[in-house]
Design a protein around this ligand. Structure first.
Ligand code: TXA
Ligand code: MG
Length: 312
């Protein structure tokens, strides 16, 4: 069953039921070596799933749970191999959506839940997105409206000497550093050394070709006009995913990112990809934003999805 969280919709199964978990991998078309996050509704439950408790665990989760922080900790033997893809660590998170927590409480067990999309598609941020990908393949989706954050949780590895961000997300590095009083590094992902097994796959991308436009200064709306015109002249259907101020620069289809804040981007990024794909865009332009706070998670997703990065 799919359910809403504050980040994206998840496809849930009992974390102790190996058959149900295998069905999730099958339905999503997800590679078996990509481990799942276990979702809990209490800190006590999380403790039952770890072998040893990392020093900063208590401090971190009492500040950021429920919320978009996933912690990777040493795995308890009770957690099945299929969940962790055989790793000796497990990823845990308490989501900040009442429907998610009520579902976990009613189930009486922790729930594994990858994003409820077909692997490779943008994560779903509404019940309709889930049905678009998985209708007929899942039992149900709980409709909790649009997701408040819109991109996935931050995955923070607590098993080393220092905490390391494996996937930037809803809780910013700056917030983690402020809380912990130490530097938190962001793992440098290269295709040969994926930090988190999931990060080696092409992700988050729309079907259309995506071009991310970067500029040292604030991007002038008129700077996009010639780029868009050149593609239209080649007969391409041009989509534009950008702040409202860019509405009139000549794209065939426009999806507004509101005022263009990092939160506007996060909330609307995947929605925008899906919308522009449906509208038949063959190429999508999207201006980059500052890699600060939530903006660094947004840029992580945008750059992973991009076919071409244009610096102007
Ligand atoms: O916001 C979210 O985290 C959403 C909602 C539904 O909670 N879930 C989500 O799950 O994004 P998924 O499966 O799409 O992404 C989980 C990520 C993958 O990159 C996976 O490789 C990583 O977490 N991961 C899971 N277990 C891990 C582990 N033991 N060590 C390192 N990375 C792990
Ligand atoms: Mg996913």
């Amino acid at each position: 069953m799919a359910f809403p969280t504050e980040t994206v919709y998840g496809l849930g199964a009992n974390a102790f039921n190996e058959d149900a978990i295998r069905a999730i991998f099958r339905v999503k078309g997800r590679p078996a070596d990509n481990p799942l996050i276990v979702h809990v509704d209490s800190i006590g439950r999380a403790r039952e799933l770890m072998q040893v408790e990392p020093a900063s665990f208590q401090e971190l989760v009492s500040r950021f749970w429920p919320g978009p922080l996933t912690v990777v900790v040493p795995r308890h033997a009770a957690v099945p191999d299929v969940v962790t893809a055989g790793l000796d660590t497990v990823a845990l998170r308490m989501p900040d959506h009442h429907l998610a927590r009520e579902l976990i409480a009613m189930a009486g067990v922790p729930l594994v839940a990858p994003s409820a999309n077909v692997s490779g598609q943008p994560s779903p941020t509404s019940a309709m997105d889930v049905l678009h990908d998985l209708n007929g393949k899942i039992y149900a989706v709980l409709d909790g409206g649009e997701c408040r954050i819109g991109i996935e949780s931050t995955v923070l590895d607590l098993t080393g000497e220092r905490p390391v961000i494996l996937r930037p997300g809803g809780i910013s590095r700056e917030d983690l550093e402020k809380m912990l009083g130490e530097n938190v590094s962001l793992i440098d992902s290269t295709p040969d050394h994926p930090p988190s097994p999931g990060m080696k796959y092409r992700h988050y991308a729309p079907k259309a070709e995506l071009r991310v436009v970067r500029c040292n200064e604030a991007l002038n709306t008129s700077a996009l006009v010639p780029l868009i015109r050149a593609e239209k002249e080649k007969g391409r259907s041009v989509g534009l995913l950008a702040a409202e101020a860019f509405r009139d620069v000549g794209a065939d289809v426009f999806f507004s990112l509101g005022e263009g804040t990092a939160l506007d981007y996060a909330r609307n990024l995947y929605r925008g990809f899906r919308f522009l794909d449906k509208a038949g865009a063959s190429i999508i332009f999207c201006p980059a934003i500052d890699e600060q706070g939530l903006g660094s998670a947004v840029m992580n997703r945008l750059l992973k999805a991009a076919d071409i990065i244009i610096d102007i």
